[in-house]
Design a protein. Structure first.
Length: 186
C-alpha cells in the first residue's frame, strides 16, 4: 500500500506498529517507527501516545546498550577478567590426574619409601658421615643420576599408559636402583 501511496496514514501507522513489536524492535526499528508516526502529522491521542512510548523505549534501549558496552570495554577495579582474578588470587589450577597417573605416583611413593628403608639399613651397617647437600648437589654425577631418574619416571608413565606391565615393572626397579644410588652418593 505504501508503494502506491507513501503518505497513507493507516499504512504508516500499521508499519510503525509492526516495526515496534518486541520481536523485531531494535533501536533503528524504533526510530523508523517514530519517523512513520511523525509523518502522519496527526494530533490523535493514540498517535501522540505511541510516539512518546516509542521515544521512551529508544532512550531505555540506548541507555541499556551504553551500560552493556561500557561494562565490556571500561572495566572498573571491581570488575576483573577471570585470568586477572586467578592471577591476583594466585590460584593454582592443577591438572586432573588419571587413575593410571595416580597409580604411577603411588608406585613412586612406594619406591621412595623403600629407598629410604634401604638407605637407613645401609647407614646402620657402615660407619661414615653424610656430606651436606651443598657439597654434592652440583656434582655432575649427581645431575646425571637425576636425569636417569627423570627419564625412567617418564618411561614408566608411558609404559603404564600403553599397558606394558613387564616393561613398567623393570623401569620401576631401575628407578629404585638409581634413586638408591643417588641417595648412596651422599
Amino acid at each position: 500500500m505504501l508503494r502506491l501511496d507513501p503518505a497513507n496514514k493507516t499504512a504508516l501507522y500499521r508499519r510503525s506498529k509492526a516495526l515496534s513489536k518486541p520481536i523485531n524492535s531494535g533501536v533503528d526499528d524504533l526510530k523508523a517507527a517514530v519517523k512513520d508516526l511523525k509523518a502522519i502529522n496527526s494530533n490523535e491521542m493514540r498517535v501522540v501516545k505511541r510516539i512518546t512510548k516509542l521515544e521512551k523505549k529508544i532512550k531505555q534501549f540506548s541507555k541499556d546498550e551504553h551500560e552493556t558496552y561500557s561494562k565490556m570495554f571500561n572495566r572498573t577495579e571491581k570488575e576483573k577478567s577471570v585470568s586477572e582474578f586467578v592471577e591476583e588470587k594466585k590460584v593454582v589450577i592443577e591438572p586432573v590426574k588419571s587413575t593410571l597417573e595416580k597409580e604411577v605416583d603411588d608406585d613412586l611413593a612406594k619406591v621412595d619409601a623403600e629407598v629410604a628403608r634401604m638407605l637407613e639399613k645401609k647407614l646402620g651397617e657402615a660407619n661414615f658421615e653424610v656430606k651436606p647437600e651443598s657439597e654434592w648437589q652440583d656434582a655432575p654425577e649427581f645431575k646425571q643420576l637425576q636425569i636417569i631418574i627423570d627419564k625412567a619416571i617418564e618411561n614408566m608413565r608411558l609404559s603404564k599408559k600403553l599397558g606394558k606391565h613387564r616393561e613398567y615393572d623393570l623401569l620401576k626397579d631401575r628407578c629404585k636402583e638409581v634413586k638408591f644410588c643417588r641417595a648412596h652418593f651422599l
